[in-house]
Design a protein around this ligand. Sequence first.
Ligand SMILES: [Zn+2]
Length: 208
Amino acid sequence: MKIHDISREIKEGMVVWKNRDSKRPKFTVTAEYSKDHANESRIDMDMHTGTHADAYFHMLKDGEKIGGIPLDRFIGKCRVLDMTRAKGMITEKDLNGCKIKKGEIILLKTRNRPEREFDSEFAFVGREAAAYLAKKKIKTLGVDSLGVERNQAGHDTHKILFSNGIAVIEGLELSGVKPGDYFLVALPLRINADASPVRAVLVEGIGK
Ligand SMILES: [Zn+2]
């Protein structure tokens, strides 16, 4: 069984949304082995930093919080689609022909490389593409940017996906995996919040 780790490492110098310091994780050591005979620490981190799942509550006033979203959105067979040619906005045309089926977990591999630097021109999912995915009734959309959309007034992409019950996983690290069929595990914490960090992995060989 081959397991691909598609999560970003959580560390102080990691790339964060718009390079905002407030988004950077802060680690505090609260016990040290040499003094306290144990190592313990705390972390203070934005829920949308690194690889994370968004709750519908993130963009919908009465939306479900992350701990209440059905777990089948975050674990199951999935497909990584090659969107590396999409320059800025991923459109319906890019997705057309990918034979997207009802109930699929779809991950979009783009030219984004947010492990290196925050690129304000990152590839994102346009509102027509989101409406297309909603029409196809997919279960989950995963992207390799820190946001599924970028600077869109009204946050249409998020809202279309969330109001159709589509879960969103952002900040995936897909540069090391080939497009194709896999089994995804990216479970959020059981927490009453607008998002949660996930440890995302793709398992090869049991995707079909
Ligand atoms: Zn988010």
